[in-house]
Design a protein around this ligand. Structure first.
Ligand code: CA
Length: 509
């Protein structure tokens, strides 16, 4: 009997969900720096997010969907299915041009052969197997529209070097929504052009939120016309609602800039979902909407504590909704524990792509949780290990250890009461675990490569080598209005966190 039960249990584990390998279209829409409570279904103003609310009502809301605490780590974790520390993505590319960050790695700001202080090159290594590569292998057309932030210079670290058939948007941490320049280029402080289609600089007047959505709609329509025999994977990563918010094309009469930017993002989500439905892809498409890290200010994340760049719930627990008609129950909720790395394994499983690969995955397949009503196979998340700018942080079961602080998330989801002193054994257990896994951090490679020139006109090494005059004109227009001098020690970006804390004075870069 025991043997039979064991056999049945094994069978159940290996059986998979009914939709595994069914190759749906997969549309992953990611916003930037949105707070937990900004969508209406988490307490935000209803008139700001009607389309996201509608998507939620047609599908499931995930209550325990976790990411990393900042942009680049979350994006790398999604793309590779591996915790950020494994690809050194807990350090962002631009950090390698900032003395306060470099100092934490025992490195200096270096000069290139031209004698200019410049950035060391850092990004997700081209050897990593990305989700785009995994899906492409099994016949998907792969598209990214929007923000990349996993390397902005070497061809192998750009989207089309990492498995995307189509690329549109920006490579760096952010852009000003209208000019498509990135307002600084650490260690230089001047603007660089960062807007590309298929890795060529492109001039397109308009507001980036609208343009990213328009491109996504165009790709969907193109797919309808040309490639219906192939499944579609789209990664639509808005720079909204990240700062600098700048000029917003509509809604500012009635709303604050932040609210107007959010409402424009909501419009954009509506356009994409509508394009899927009108193209006849509705029933064969899984749409996911989520966000890369918590909001910049505490009040955006209540009832959770903390902000972006912290590992409190407010920094790492984000809204996530999924819609797949008939496959996911309308207006449902799911409280299974999920980490953004799991999307890799889940998408690959839906696509029938293999999960065994040279560099082991942290992501777990969630198709049984999402489509068979099984419990989550995950009971642990490694947010951070030593060697990062943030304190080591781990969740195990109901407990979360952040540095020396311990919280019971089941009874205290707002992390008001540090219970470390009361439970030293649990602290030790979690600390031992996060220390042990931290030893798996590989050696940092590639940072002896330098960005030359130190201040490019446009991101992308090849693109900058043959830069057109119009790009220079666009950039000069912005540079001439930037401060030409900075007081000693002042930078347009915040200094690296001290004692686990970062002080934001600007817009969250
Ligand atoms: Ca972000």
């Amino acid at each position: 009997m025991k043997k039979l039960i064991l056999f049945l249990a094994t069978l159940n584990l290996t059986q998979g969900s009914p939709v595994d390998g069914s190759k749906p279209n997969i549309i992953f829409i990611l916003s930037d720096d949105m707070g937990w409570n900004e969508p209406a279904f988490n307490g935000g103003q209803a008139n700001l997010t009607p389309h996201i609310t509608k998507l939620r009502s047609q599908g499931v809301s995930l209550d325990q969907f976790y990411v990393h605490a900042v942009c680049a780590p979350s994006r790398a974790a999604f793309l590779t299915g591996r915790y950020a520390f494994r690809t050194w993505s807990d350090w962002r590319s631009e950090d390698f041009g900032k003395p306060s960050y470099l100092a934490k790695l025992g490195m200096n700001l270096v000069k290139n052969q031209e004698g200019d202080e410049t950035r060391r090159i850092h990004g997700v290594a081209s050897e990593e197997r990305t989700i785009a590569e995994a899906l492409k292998e099994v016949g998907y057309f792969t598209s990214i529209s929007g923000k990349w932030h996993c390397g902005e210079w070497l061809p192998g670290q750009l989207p089309m070097g990492q498995g995307f058939d189509h690329q549109y948007g920006h490579y760096g941490w952010g852009i000003d929504y209208n000019n498509k320049t990135i307002p600084h280029n650490a260690p230089a402080r001047f603007a660089v052009y960062d807007w590309h289609r298929n890795q060529q600089p492109v001039f397109e007047p308009g507001y980036s939120t609208d343009l990213i959505a328009n491109e996504a709609v165009r790709v969907i329509a193109d797919h309808r016309m040309k490639r219906q025999d192939h499944p579609l994977f789209m990664y639509v990563a808005f720079n909204a609602v990240h700062g600098p918010l700048e000029e917003i094309p509509r809604y500012t009469e009635k709303h604050s800039k932040r609210q107007a930017a959010l409402k424009c993002l909501d419009d954009a989500v509506g356009l994409i979902v509508n394009a899927i439905d009108l193209s006849g892809f509705r029933d064969d498409t899984l749409i996911i909407f989520s966000n890369d890290n918590g909001g910049l200010r505490e009040e955006m994340n209540t009832p959770y504590r903390g902000t972006k760049n912290t590992n409190y719930e407010g920094g790492v627990r984000v809204p996530c909704v999924m819609r797949w008609p008939e496959k996911i129950k309308e207006n449902s909720e799911n409280s299974g524990l999920i980490h953004i790395t799991d999307l890799f394994s889940t998408f690959a499983t839906l696509a029938g792509a293999p999960l065994d690969q040279e560099r082991p995955l942290d992501g777990k397949n969630m198709t049984n949780l999402l489509f068979s009503g099984s419990p989550s196979p995950r009971d642990e998340i490694i947010f951070e290990v030593s060697g990062s700018v943030r304190f080591p942080a781990i969740r195990k079961g109901k407990y979360k250890l952040i540095g020396k602080e311990l919280y019971d998330l089941k009874n205290d989801p707002s992390e008001k009461k540090d219970i470390a002193a009361k439970y030293p054994k649990i602290v030790k257990q979690l600390n031992d675990r996060v220390t042990a896994i931290g030893k798996e951090r590989p050696a940092l490679k590639g940072t002896n490569r330098l960005m030359t020139p130190a201040l490019p006109w446009v991101y992308g090494q090849k693109e900058n080598a043959t830069v057109a005059d119009w790009v220079k004109q666009e950039v000069q227009k912005i540079r001439k209005n930037q401060p030409q001098q900075w007081p000693r020690g002042k930078t347009p970006w915040p200094q690296a966190p001290k004692d686990g804390k970062i002080i934001y004075t600007g817009d969250g870069r």
